[in-house]
Design a protein around this ligand. Structure first.
Ligand SMILES: C[S@@+](CC[C@H](N)C(=O)[O-])C[C@H]1O[C@@H](n2cnc3c(N)ncnc32)[C@H](O)[C@@H]1O
Length: 353
């Protein structure tokens, strides 16, 4: 008679959050594989549980408990390389992606062109080794256009591009096919939120799905106006607003930041956030119109060269002067991440007179 395990069945978007909670409570049977079925995850448990006792803070109305047989993890390969050893040559195995982005329960891989024919097998191998991932996507081309989106291929798992991503407890509704989101900016989202003071007026000029705005509103009683030209991004932000406990207030605006700036009073913001590194330099006049005297600009750009810090500060000082204002002080310049070989996604925090 096969052994049956108790399991908890949850909608896939809550899977990662519940998995972590079960791990904390030592209730997840880590010897067995998590399974996915029709957009739901089946999490094997070490013993029977009462939902209201183990997850009192969650809405568990859509969660169910059952019994079934789960396969043992120990019987499968431990690494993606091991899973593909009989399918790929040694040279191909060397080319396997070593890193990936994890966005909620979706893993995003960059498959080198030499391995294109093995895309699906690589995706399946990822799922085999990390059965708690629901979907494995492959990047298709670069991030392009005003909306900064890219296309993706389904490599394995459930065919979807939407998920809930959690950063320091902040729940962010993401749809990779509709709006930009990068999990690599986690520290930056949190850093900016920690700088904001009570009652500040913040304008997030290129908010996307609103990670900066959400982190701020969760941490401080400030007013954040979150503007984006992409209506899908703003819809996702509005969904996230309903999913987080916030002390601040987010006003979401679907508009070109130029039109927004023309509509509102001058010099209303204590702080502007300009994380649109490929395009923000064109919008310094708008940022200068929006910022109060002594207001803070968080400006992001892609910078290469031998001395990117010095190049970035010179660039910003000149752009601000051309817009009729002055950089009074620079409190920080930092490389946020590598954006290309010898190029960085950089941030500069500047006080504007
Ligand atoms: C690189 S994404 C960054 C999104 C967000 N700041 C983040 O950190 O996730 C740049 C965003 O700027 C938006 N955008 C581009 N041009 C814009 C404009 N003229 N006015 C408002 N938003 C714009 C795009 O739709 C996109 O969501």
């Amino acid at each position: 008679m096969p052994e049956e395990n108790p399991f908890l069945c949850v909608p896939a978007e809550f899977g990662e959050q519940v998995r972590r909670r079960l791990l904390e409570l030592s209730l997840l049977d880590t010897d067995r594989k998590i399974e996915s079925e029709e957009g739901r995850l089946l999490l094997p448990l070490t013993k029977e549980v009462v939902l209201s006792q183990i997850l009192p803070e969650m809405d568990t109305s859509e969660y169910t408990i059952g019994f079934r047989e789960f396969s043992l993890i120990l019987s499968g390969p431990r690494t993606v390389r091991e899973a593909l050893e009989n399918k790929l040559s040694e040279t191909e195995l060397e080319l396997l992606p070593r890193a990936y982005d994890l966005i909620g329960d979706i893993a995003v891989l960059e498959i080198p062109p030499e391995l294109t024919d093995h895309r699906q097998a690589i995706g399946e191998a990822f799922l085999q080794v990390r059965p708690n991932f629901t979907t494995i996507l492959g990047k298709k081309g670069a991030i392009t256009g005003t909306l900064r989106t890219r296309e993706y291929d389904l490599l394995a798992g459930i065919d979807k591009t939407d998920t809930i991503h959690i950063e320091y407890g902040c729940r962010i509704s993401v749809d990779l096919s509709k709006a930009y989101f990068s999990p690599r900016l986690l520290e930056e989202h949190n850093r900016i939120a920690q700088l904001v003071q009570e009652n500040e007026q913040v304008i997030d000029m290129f908010t996307g799905v609103g990670p900066f705005a959400l982190h701020i509103a969760r941490q401080v009683r400030a007013k954040i106006t979150a503007v984006d030209i992409n209506p899908e991004a703003i819809k996702l932000l509005e969904t996230s607003v309903t999913m987080n406990r916030m002390v601040g207030l987010i006003e979401s605006v679907t508009k070109d930041i130029r039109d927004y700036t023309n509509m509102v009073e001058l010099q209303i913001a204590d702080r502007v956030i300009m994380n649109h590194p490929s395009g923000a330099s064109d919008f310094i006049p708008e940022a200068c119109q929006l910022l109060k005297t002594g207001g803070i600009m968080h400006y992001y750009d892609f910078i290469g060269g031998k001395d990117p810090e010095s190049d970035l500060s010179t660039k910003l000082i000149n752009l601000v002067e051309a817009a009729g204002r002055r950089v009074h002080d620079i409190s920080l310049i930092r490389r946020v991440r590598d954006s290309a070989p010898y190029e960085y996604h950089m941030v500069i925090d500047a006080i504007i007179q």
